[in-house]
Ligand binder design. Structure first.
Ligand SMILES: Nc1ncnc2c1ncn2[C@@H]1O[C@H](COP(=O)(O)OP(=O)(O)OP(=O)(O)O)[C@@H](O)[C@H]1O
Length: 928
């Protein structure tokens, strides 16, 4: 491991555009590097940060921080061990000693030219590999599916579309609220994968309820190759750093223990995150007069973190105000007044109808035109698509919320209800109905309930009838889970696995794995309510709802464990209830009133809030059920209709644009079918000495060879790796690596190559009759770089670009006429005599070729800068216009927001104006 010392200069291996870094501080597990040219400060986890030590060589020209140029004459030890100092001379002969800390922060290395002039050549095939690597990198930078390609997922349009839309935004702050089980975790994973890959985020914090930590850990690793560090109290305490969260870039934790430990809360809040993800965000309680501790914590984090993703399938589970509270975390300006928010929602129907007509291409009447004018002001000449975008953006939850519904996504097999009416035991009927105790009477009665509750025999009979299918049972309390486990074992010899809040995290995961195991697994898993959130149980299609929750969102969460992506069979819902008692009332309320068993009822949360009192009255006095059910039906019908016409229609239009999703799927399929990556990797493996051979099912077995170039190859374990390039094979064989150009092994190998010097200078003998024998040509690769603070995201407007030149001594560039692959050259790098002779005889011509190509490269730059600035100006000007329009209808859009965006436009303009080309590689060609 390299040792870091404050004051040393290092370059980012993958982001040389940050400029020259200086080590600021070193802790046992991390190093902090400051990039003064771009105002960035990065914390890297040790032992293997992606950094290259910069030690310049004798003969190189450098600049100091005042901009003076110096020629290095000697490299010496500095005053402190580990630091160096350069003995230099300037053009006038003045001497100086320059400590490395004094080097220009914008330093660019021009090693290829110096290496070429000192005849230090690499084999030609390395130059070729370097060029191919850059070509792939460039293709990646321009790809519309960058960051979406490498995930081990089935290509589902609704997820790709949301992920691509969100990740495209600067500092995305959104609520991902797809219905239960449609893949919000996957969407969040895709977004963060894109942001990490493009460098838009480096430090990510994911907060989930404790029972979901492990599932997240596994999903991130197996689907996205992202290794999160799971932080619990023990890990926090074990790290010596002042802020242990800085030791890792990708952190996963639950709020529970953080809230109990003020030091941890403080450290988390100052964790310098780029992106915050909060799963099951409906737990963040907010009302106008009360805010939960978890909400307070997330609010502090959200205020300091540029990107925020909140995930919940049931945004209104704790009422409409809570929903508003979460939107407020994302955009406090826009969502500042609850009353106003509620009032605005009443107005949605006419806007939704208009948006629908715009989308369907229907003619617009005078009333429509008037509505558009009222909402958007002047719209003459705007395209329909633009009007639609602006309407969606400026109304309701606008761009902040996404919600896909099952109705808009094909392929869900549906649900079937199996009610089981059972007699209510007298001991239950005697319980007080007022406090809902009769809904879960087993909790009031003590262990005796097992002897008299008819649900026990019914359950045993059901399990026998459903044999050999697996069954998930969910009930309200952990105590019920334990008692059911004992009674099932005692009375029918069934070994049930249990999952409840009393188990340690590891035990819960073990129970879920025991249930999931195809062979030797258990047939039944008994879950308390916590089992009904976030977990994936779609390999089962029988669900027993041993009791029913009062909140309809809870019911949906329970059913959603099975009714989710990947479910192959209609979901069978087995619901026992006790005739004549409150459990029958609740059953009828759901089955007939809300009709929430066999399909999702969008109106259910609102109807529940409105009828909560009549519902409790009916639970206490079941004679009121008929009226309750009729009222619920009436309200559901009308509210569902309103939602379909208003708020939900707008949300659906905004969330689901099938044509965009289809285009992304098509682009991904095209990339996957392109054989270029496999060909490239075979070359790369051959060069690095990695061995491979075909293996079963369209896979390859890869292993370190006997003659490896380096000690190891990125992400290749010593005992090898099985991999596939096929998505379908990768989905079927989750323990094999799914190789795309986004896989860490591919990225790591590419970084290894282009961050180092290998292939940066080559010598070839070329056959081409267009040139006289012994002519010299210089092939040069230049990389466009823009040193700008990362927050500005300059690469959106100036993506990675490599310019290739092929110049002759007359100053002609043949790069377009003669492609790299068309050059018929034989490597001459390994003929030192020839190289030396050439260098001595033709040094001046070679020097002049280098100068010519350098001039040419610099001349190409203004056009690139102008195009990038034009792109940036178009985007930001539109965004500024949007904010101004929004400010006209929404007083909460502050003038300083608009000023900030305007200043960003200026900063970007300045940064892009300073973009330059860096020489990366040279190949000298001699014709014969
Ligand atoms: N594109 C996909 N390809 C393969 N599997 C997927 C895909 N999308 C989702 N899944 C699987 O479907 C299940 C549900 O996905 P996920 O957990 O992301 O849903 P969710 O919306 O977060 O659910 P919940 O509302 O319960 O929190 C998971 O098992 C996930 O791995």
């Amino acid at each position: 491991m390299p040792s870091f010392v404050p004051g040393q200069r290092w370059l980012s291996e993958t982001q040389s555009e940050l400029g020259l870094g200086i080590v600021e501080s070193v802790a046992p597990r991390r190093v902090e590097v400051c990039y003064r040219a771009t105002g960035e400060r990065r914390v890297y986890a040790l032992p293997n940060p992606p950094l290259v030590r910069v030690i310049l060589e004798v003969g190189e020209w450098v600049r100091d921080r005042a901009g003076r140029a110096w020629l290095i004459q000697a490299v010496e030890e500095g005053d402190t061990a580990g630091l160096i100092r350069y003995r230099c001379v300037d053009g006038s002969g003045a001497l100086c000693r320059l400590s490395e800390a004094e080097l220009d922060d914008h330093l660019r290395l021009n090693r290829p030219a110096q290496r070429l002039l000192s005849a230090r050549f690499d084999a030609d095939h390395w130059f070729d590999l370097r060029w191919r690597t850059w070509r792939l990198r460039m293709r990646e930078a321009l790809s519309p599916v960058q960051g979406l390609l490498g995930a081990r997922i089935a290509l589902l349009a609704h997820q790709l579309e949301i992920a691509s839309e969100v990740a495209r935004r600067e500092a995305p702050r959104v609520l991902l609220a797809d219905e239960v089980g449609l893949g919000k975790t996957i969407e969040a994973g895709l977004i963060l994968h894109q942001m990490l890959l493009t460098g838009r985020a480096a430090r990510v914090l994911v907060m989930t309820p404790e029972p979901l930590l492990h599932q997240w850990l596994v999903e991130m690793l197996r689907r996205f190759n992202l290794r999160f560090a799971l932080f619990d109290q023990e890990r926090f305490a074990s790290l010596p750093d002042a802020n242990p969260f800085l030791a890792d870039q990708l952190v996963l934790c639950s709020a529970d223990w953080i809230l109990r430990l003020p030091a941890a809360e403080q450290a988390l809040v100052s964790g310098q995150w780029d992106l915050l993800v909060v799963d099951e965000a409906h737990h963040l309680e907010w009302s106008e007069d009360r805010v939960s501790n978890a909400y307070r914590l997330v609010a502090q984090l959200a205020a300091r973190t540029p990107g925020v993703l909140l995930l919940t399938a049931t945004p209104e589970q704790l009422g409409r105000a809570g929903h508003f509270g979460r939107l407020r975390l994302l955009d406090p300006q826009r969502f500042s007044d609850y009353e106003r928010f509620v009032a605005e929602e009443r107005d949605h129907a006419p806007v939704a109808a208009l948006a629908g007509r715009l989308l369907d291409g229907e003619p617009l009447g005078a009333a429509d035109q008037a509505l558009i004018s009222a909402r958007l002001g002047e719209h003459e000449g705007l395209e329909r698509a633009t009007i639609l975008e602006r309407l969606l953006d400026r109304h309701g939850t606008g761009r902040v919320m996404f919600r896909n519904t099952r109705a808009s996504i094909p392929g869900f097999p549906g649900r079937v209800l199996h009610p089981a009416p059972l007699p209510e035991p007298a001991a239950y009927a005697a319980l007080n109905s007022r406090d809902c105790a009769r809904l879960t009477p087993e909790r009031s009665l003590g262990p005796d309930w097992l002897a008299l509750d008819p649900r026990i025999d019914w359950l045993i009979a059901l399990l026998a009838r459903l044999h050999p299918h697996k069954v998930l049972l969910i009930c309200a309390a952990a105590s019920t889970v334990l008692e059911l486990r004992d009674v099932l074992l005692r009375r029918s010899g069934i070994h049930a696995a249990v999952f409840h809040e009393g188990l340690a995290l590891r035990e819960r995961d073990r129970a879920a794995a025991y249930f999931a195991a195809v062979e030797d697994g258990t047939r039944i898993l008994l879950c308390s309510e916590i089992g009904s959130e976030g977990r994936n149980f779609q390999f089962v299609h029988h669900l027993v709802l041993f009791d029913l929750p009062l909140d309809p969102d809870r019911l949906e969460q329970r059913i959603g464990r099975l009714d989710r992506i990947g479910q192959q069979h209609p979901v069978q819902l087995h619901v026992p209830y006790l005739v004549g008692g409150p459990s029958e009332v609740l059953f009828r309320w759901y089955a007939q009133g809300l009709q929430a068993f066999e399909a999702i009822c969008p109106a259910a949360p609102a109807v529940y809030q409105d009828l909560i009192e009549p519902l409790h009255a009916a639970l206490a006095d079941p004679r009121r059920t008929v009226m309750l059910v009729a009222e619920a039906q009436r309200r559901c019908a009308s509210l569902n209709q309103q939602l379909a016409a208003g708020r939900d229609r707008l949300l659906e239009l905004h969330s689901h644009r099938p044509e965009r999703g289809a285009a992304l799927v098509a682009a991904l399929l095209e990339e996957e079918q392109d054989p270029a990556l496999a060909e490239y990797l075979r070359r790369l493996w051959d060069h690095f000495g990695v061995e491979y051979e075909p293996a079963a099912h369209d896979s390859l077995a890869l292993r370190p060879g006997a003659h490896m170039l380096n000690e190891s190859f990125p992400e290749l374990p010593a005992d090898g790796l099985q991999l596939t390039f096929s998505r379908s094979v990768a989905l079927a064989h989750e323990h094999w690596a799914f190789i795309t150009r986004e896989h860490p092994m591919v990225r790591g190998a590419m970084d290894l190559l282009i961050a180092g010097d290998r292939g940066a200078v080559a010598l070839g003998i070329m056959r081409d009759e267009r040139f006289a024998p012994t002519s010299l040509l210089l092939e040069a690769l230049y990389v466009v770089e823009c040193q700008a603070p990362r927050g500005l995201e300059a690469d959106r407007y100036l993506p990675l670009m490599v310019r290739r030149f092929l110049v002759d001594p007359a100053g002609c560039d043949h790069a377009d006429a003669i492609a790299h692959d068309a050059i018929d050259a034989r490597c001459a790098s390994h003929h030192p005599h020839l190289a030396q002779a050439l260098l001595s005889a033709r040094a001046e011509s070679i020097r002049s070729l280098i100068e010519t190509v350098e001039t040419m490269a610099q001349a190409a730059m203004p056009a690139l800068r102008t195009a990038a600035r034009a792109r940036m100006n178009a985007v930001l000007s539109e965004e500024i216009a949007r904010l101004r329009a929004l400010a006209a209808i929404n007083p909460n859009v502050r003038p300083d927001e608009i000023a900030a965006l305007t200043s960003r436009r200026e900063q970007l303009d300045q940064a892009l104006s300073g973009a330059s080309l860096r020489l990366d590689a040279l190949r000298l060609l001699v014709t014969r």
